[in-house]
Design a binder for this molecule. Structure first.
Ligand SMILES: [Zn+2]
Ligand SMILES: [Zn+2]
Length: 257
């Protein structure tokens, strides 16, 4: 487990750093200024979230270890190891899709999730910009869901190791050939898909909810593409001014009308 955890940290940090450097060399949206300042604000939000995520991970490991004595979930099917792991990864990703969709459809949850969407300059650091209250809700709901699935902490670490580079990549401002994007989105939510998810237009940001796999958006009718993404407005209307994008303002934004 320690090896998986270390590998998960390494892929997160090196993947993020590599993409941030690439964004400076081959950006999709050109002419970005103050990239350092933008990254500092988003990573400060991420640092607050780590204070919740790290202890929650420890408790999750203990709870999943205890719960398998009374409920085995998918493991009761006694599938061959690879099938079992693949099935669990699929179910975790399905939950991530549903949870993300609920964050858009329930106004109370959108208050917090909108902090992720109000970033006017989408890049790899946006992948880590989530309001801490969204993180608390998301962590609390994970306990019953993962117990029900019968996931082990190793399954969660494996999922996180696969999903994290994907979400970093589809948030990144790295320009890739459209043929590569087309190929990638047969399996994962590609950058062009997730850029539509960050459009200011509601019907557009209410689409492409996938984290690791694009399958769920195709299956549940939320898959959406757009022709001229380069000239698309990113963020949320009336939320992109420098005053509203300051760290303190973002942290209290959900509590105001
Ligand atoms: Zn969203
Ligand atoms: Zn996003």
């Amino acid at each position: 487990m320690d090896n998986l955890q270390a590998l998960s940290y390494i892929t997160t940090v090196t993947g993020g750093l590599l993409l941030w450097l690439l964004e400076g060399v081959v950006p999709f949206f050109a002419g970005r200024k103050s990239r350092g300042k933008h990254a500092a604000a988003n990573l400060s939000i991420a640092a607050i979230n780590l204070l919740i995520l790290l202890p929650s991970g420890v408790v999750m490991a203990l709870v999943l270890e205890q719960s398998k004595a009374v409920w085995s979930g998918v493991k009761a099917l006694e599938l061959p190891f690879l099938f079992e792991t693949a099935f669990i990864i699929l179910l975790i990703d399905l939950w991530m899709y549903l949870w993300h969709r609920l964050n858009h459809q329930i106004n109370f949850l959108w208050r917090f999730h909108s902090i992720h969407h109000s970033d006017p300059a989408l890049d790899v650091t946006t992948a880590w910009r989530f309001h801490y209250v969204e993180i608390v809700f998301s962590e609390l709901l994970r306990f019953p869901v993962f117990i029900l699935i019968g996931a082990s902490i190793q399954d969660l670490l494996l999922y996180s190791m696969l999903m994290t580079p994907v979400i970093e990549f589809h948030h990144s401002n790295v320009s890739i050939p459209s043929s590569a994007d087309r190929l990638l989105r047969t399996v994962i939510p590609s950058p062009s898909m997730h850029r539509v998810h960050h459009s200011v237009i509601r019907s557009e940001h209410d689409s492409n909810y996938g984290s690791l796999l694009s399958l769920w958006d195709r299956l549940f009718g939320s898959f959406r593409l757009k022709e001229d993404i380069k000239n698309m407005a990113i963020g949320l209307n009336n939320e992109s001014s420098p005053e509203k994008q300051r760290l303190a303002a973002l942290l209290v934004r959900p509590f105001h009308n």
